[in-house]
Design a protein around this ligand. Structure first.
Ligand code: IDP
Ligand code: MG
Length: 137
């Protein structure tokens, strides 16, 4: 089924000029970049976006980091895009990420792990609406 998901290229990857290389991985895997913008989140934006993690010990550091410099937010579209994006991203901790995944290739650490991706279709809709009002599934 053709579906949409939200991807974010995090500050560590934007700062290292990896936007094109990451998008290339999506496009080579038949994912279409349906919408894209480069934005600087403020701390409140990051806290709202990551509110599901508000009780986790790393919440403050995560929101601080995600609002530290520009990110690139994208709506990805394609066959099973939610799951496919998660596969292309690799595991949260780059030490565990499968070879050839985005996090295996580019991530610096557990927190500076280069990309965010929605983890379910339900959350994809919530996250897409956060940045691109009209594009949810
Ligand atoms: P995900 O990005 O693979 O979906 P989540 O568990 O949703 O992983 O966590 C969101 C983000 O929070 C991760 O991408 C990572 O940057 C950060 N994070 C997750 N677990 C930890 C941790 O134990 N310490 C510090 N940062 C973490
Ligand atoms: Mg997650």
């Amino acid at each position: 089924m053709i579906e949409r998901t939200l991807s974010i290229i995090k500050p560590d990857a934007v700062e290292r000029n990896l936007i094109g290389q990451i998008i290339n991985i999506f496009e080579k895997n038949n994912i279409v970049i349906r919408a894209i913008k480069r934005v600087k989140l403020n701390k409140k934006d990051a806290e709202n976006f990551y509110s599901v993690h508000k009780d986790r010990p790393f919440f403050n550091d995560l929101c601080q980091y995600m609002s530290s410099s520009d990110v690139v937010v994208m709506v990805l579209e394609g066959e099973n895009a939610v799951l496919k994006n998660r596969e292309l991203m690799g595991a949260t901790n780059p030490k565990d990420a499968a070879k050839g995944t985005i996090r295996n290739l580019f991530a610096l650490s557990l927190d500076k792990n280069s990309v965010h991706g929605s983890d379910s279709k339900e959350n994809a809709n919530i996250e897409i609406k956060f940045f691109f009002k009209d594009l949810a599934n």
